[in-house]
Design a binder for this molecule. Structure first.
Ligand code: IDP
Ligand code: MG
Length: 140
């Protein structure tokens, strides 16, 4: 049983480049309902906590600096099979490996600056939505 919920962030370089609207259009066109959305900037501490699972990876420091470098757009999304369908919509982590028509293929600059985040499981989607949104900030 899936929860039909997932979580995304439009990452700093994509927000700064003015791609937020086009990315949100693609998300809605793919059938996702937006249950919560906010423009915010992560502190280094919050970015570090969000990506805690990657703490031992060599790119962790770079990732935390990047994700706290400017505003992001956080969204709680709903759709049948949300986690898997959203990963398909965004494409592979490295844009050079992302399929045509995916958000990362269109907007990512590099494997690090790859335009969007997408939850990797129902469990993490719930954790990530709760990390960014209070109950009163969500509909649906
Ligand atoms: P995902 O975002 O496709 O789930 P993860 O492996 O969970 O990919 O990595 C989280 C984020 O860390 C990526 O989206 C990307 O911004 C960054 N990242 C992943 N691998 C590398 C790397 O090899 N070098 C630099 N940054 C990376
Ligand atoms: Mg991941």
């Amino acid at each position: 049983m899936t929860t039909n919920k997932t979580f995304t962030m439009i990452k700093p370089e994509a927000v700064a480049a003015g791609h937020s609207g086009k990315i949100i259009d693609m998300i809605i066109a793919a059938g996702f309902k937006i249950n919560g959305m906010k423009l915010t900037q992560l502190s280094k501490e919050r970015a570090g906590a969000f990506y805690e699972v990657h703490k031992e990876r060599p790119f962790y420091g770079e990732l935390v600096a990047y994700m706290s470098s400017g505003p992001i757009v956080a969204m709680a999304l709903e759709k049948e099979n949300a986690v898997a369908d959203f990963r398909k919509l965004i494409g592979a982590t490295d844009p050079s490996e992302a399929a045509d028509g995916t958000i990362r293929k269109k907007f990512a600059k590099s494997k690090a600056e790859n335009a969007v985040h997408g939850s990797d499981s129902d469990e993490n989607a719930a954790i990530e939505i709760a990390f960014h949104f209070a109950a009163g900030e969500l509909v649906g």
